[in-house]
Design a protein around this ligand. Sequence first.
Ligand code: SAH
Ligand code: DHB
Ligand code: MG
Length: 227
Amino acid sequence: MQERWTAVDHFVAGHFAPPDAALDEALLASDAAGLPAIHVSPSQGLLLSILARSLGARRILEIGTLAAYSTIWLARSLAPGGRLVTLEVDEAHARVARANLARAGLDDVVELRLGRAADSLRRLEEEGSARFDFVFIDADKASIAEYFEATLRLVRPGGMILVDNVVREGAIADGASPDPAVQGVRRFHERVAAAPGVAATTIQTVGVKGYDGFTLVLVAADREARR
Ligand code: SAH
Ligand code: DHB
Ligand code: MG
């Protein structure tokens, strides 16, 4: 089925995601530097963009930059004057990302913070960071539950959190899986279910990236009042 899933993604991208110099060059540079091709697909980039725009996002947080492919989709979707903070632990990835962002003309609206995401999230809280409208969680899957908890304290009421790669070829349904990524995703679902004032769903997807899925979390507009 992979061939069909890929063909459909190409059909969709052919209509809705025309060739784009900055995005195409970002992927070429990523590949040339030997980074893994685990960026979002064009169809998924469009979804990120549509969600950010529908929220009128002025502040976006991304956890897991890689070569800044998804970052470019998101940063272009900011409302005028908006800013994006992206967290990356790998120095080589960050170097490629910074060059890609500069080439895309986005280095003035994107702040890349190098370090473990858990540390950077704590620092954002300590700094009393302004709330984010939209958060994209796409780093190490074993820590998704912890990133979600930290993110809940950083997102504004009415904001949204999108978490990538939560289905993992269906492994999410296997409670006995020894894979820390699967256990991380399962623990994340428990935390979401227990969190007051959020609505969430997990959607399974197929496409160029195989069989996977994402969780979309809406933080209720009156969440603060209910705590
Ligand atoms: N969002 C990107 C893909 C990210 S891939 C895109 O769609 O284009 C996941 C990234 O998370 C990798 O670059 C990896 O180095 C980074 N990462 C892994 N563990 C991390 C951690 N503990 N803190 C911050 N980043 C981490
Ligand atoms: C992996 C990470 C991702 O963010 C992704 O979209 C696909 C795979 C990974 O770590 O294998
Ligand atoms: Mg991903």
